[in-house]
Design a binder for this molecule. Structure first.
Ligand SMILES: [Zn+2]
Ligand SMILES: [Zn+2]
Length: 246
């Protein structure tokens, strides 16, 4: 009420759209007209999400980064609103409804968007359409192709590891594989085990964990395997040596 009184005393402009007298214009409109003409959620907001035909995972770009539908939608809406209204506006997006999968290629996500644009707070609720594109994610295509960057070679120091040690080492290996990584194959050799893994980091993690649990040490040796995206790709062998027994 206080504010209205002040407006009455001070107004000197009027809105060209509705004719209302006001002392504050936003983009040459009164607050109500400005809010009416500002749209946060509309049919122009279309979001594309890649979905892996093999594992059903959602991902962005080339399929390296796994994500959720909601994350992609919030990201895309945020980007679009910044494009429309500039970096200085404040935007908060809340997801209100779980995705409604209408069919194989389309879903709807219900959102609430709160924005502050040119000092005016606007809240809008609405549906955003999500369009799915079927692809094979990088992880799945790598698994299918038997891809590996690391080999963990488990051996004993001047001896052959026991079955028990190898069983523990295998358990550790599988438990240390991160979500993005995978074991490509495992070779049972009479002198130990070779475990092929998708990344160098994964191989190193496994080697560290095995040494931590069973003792001994490991060393790394790498060789150039090829180039990808302008970078050298190496294959790394991790030579794990379990300690001699007293
Ligand atoms: Zn107006
Ligand atoms: Zn996949």
């Amino acid at each position: 009420m206080k504010e209205r009184k002040r407006e009455k005393e001070k107004w000197s402009k009027f809105c060209p759209k509705c004719g209302k007298k006001t002392n504050e214009l936003f983009d040459s409109l009164c607050k109500d007209c400005f809010i009416k003409q500002t749209s946060l959620i509309d049919a122009d907001l279309k979001v594309n999400v890649n979905v892996c035909a093999n594992c059903g995972g959602y991902f962005k770009g080339k399929g390296k980064e796994r994500t959720s539908i909601e994350e992609v939608v919030v990201d895309a809406v945020m980007k679009e609103l910044i494009k429309r209204y500039g970096y200085e506006c404040k935007i908060e997006i809340e997801e209100l409804g779980q995705e409604q999968k209408e069919n194989e290629s389309r879903a709807i996500v219900y959102l609430k968007v709160n924005a502050e644009i040119k000092g005016v707070e606007i809240e809008e609720r609405g549906d955003v359409e999500v369009i799915f594109k079927k692809e094979t994610c990088e992880r799945c295509s790598r698994i299918a192709g038997g891809y590996y960057e690391g080999i963990v070679q488990i051996r004993g120091m001047n001896r052959i590891p026991t079955d028990e040690e190898l069983a523990i080492a295998e358990k550790i290996a599988y438990a240390s594989v991160g979500e993005a990584d995978f074991v490509s194959k495992e070779m049972k050799l009479k002198e130990g085990r070779d475990i092929y893994v998708s990344s160098m980091e994964c191989g190193r993690r496994i080697s560290k964990q095995i040494v931590k649990k069973l003792g001994g040490s490991f060393s790394e040796s790498r060789r150039l395997y090829g180039r990808k995206d302008g970078k050298n790709v190496y294959r790394v062998s991790f030579s794990v040596r379990l300690p001699t027994r007293a």
